[in-house]
Design a protein around this ligand. Structure first.
Ligand code: CA
Length: 242
């Protein structure tokens, strides 16, 4: 007699996460924060083990502490980025803007400063997993709709409701760069390189002017932007409001 297969729900695939952190107490906090997301959490305490595990297990996301006993977290980030595209969320005890910029430029996707709230940590990790899954989905979205704003990536058109919004070519390139990396903080330099192709001048000043104009056109209230968020001293992030 055959079993009625329809009654057995298909298991939801759980992501595999790798935590590289030497302090046991922080590892426990991270584990608690990730509990709702998955049961598959690998933990290692050194940078070298982290790189090995990342290569062997190919996790869906890496949580990386910057202060490791054997090597700098930034080095781990740089090495993993040579071959891995999975999101890297950095844990840092420091607050320096230069350090954040450096890490994002090395390929980290987000950073969380210790001490962190469980809720915030898990929300940030979820956002990165979602972003990465949508990037690797075969049918990559041809348009993005957020908070009533529609960005048509194929026709290069932006509209809110039935009203078309006219952007300059530079504004369009900035918006596309930010929106396709939705949820991820991009540094001034990263945006500058993506839009202008090569870096000269002061990216921060260039961008400030264009972002102000862009906000005037796409934000409901340009004085309180909800779509293009400023990360002071670091860059900008397009908020997906999910
Ligand atoms: Ca540490």
């Amino acid at each position: 007699m055959t079993q009625p297969a329809a009654q057995v729900p298909a298991p939801v695939p759980q992501p595999t996460l790798l935590v590289i952190e030497d302090e046991q107490q922080i590892r426990r906090a991270v584990r608690n924060a990730l509990h709702d997301i998955t049961d598959h959490v690998l933990e290692v305490a050194t940078g070298r083990e982290g790189i090995d595990q990342a290569a062997a297990a190919m996790p869906d996301l890496i949580v990386l502490d910057l202060g490791l006993p054997d090597m700098a977290g930034a080095e781990v980030c740089r090495e993993v980025r040579r071959w891995g595209t999975m999101p890297i969320v950095v844990l840092s005890a420091r607050h320096g803007e230069d350090e954040k910029v450096n890490l994002l430029n090395l390929g980290a996707d987000d950073y969380i400063t210790k001490p962190f709230s469980t809720q915030e940590f898990s929300a940030r990790v979820r956002a990165q997993l979602r972003r990465f899954q949508s990037l690797s989905a075969p049918s990559h979205a041809a348009s993005i709709t957020v908070d009533g704003l529609t960005i048509d990536l194929v026709r290069r058109r932006v509209s809110r409701g039935s009203g078309a919004i006219h952007l300059t070519p530079i504004e369009w390139d900035i918006l596309r760069t930010l929106a396709t990396a939705s949820g991820r903080t991009l540094t001034h330099q990263q945006i500058f390189d993506a839009v202008w192709g090569r870096a000269f001048g002061n990216p921060q000043q260039y961008l400030r002017v264009h972002i102000t104009n862009l906000r005037r056109k796409i934000e409901r209230d340009p004085s309180r932007p909800q779509l293009i968020i400023t990360e002071p001293g670091v860059g900008y992030r397009f908020e997906s409001l999910e």
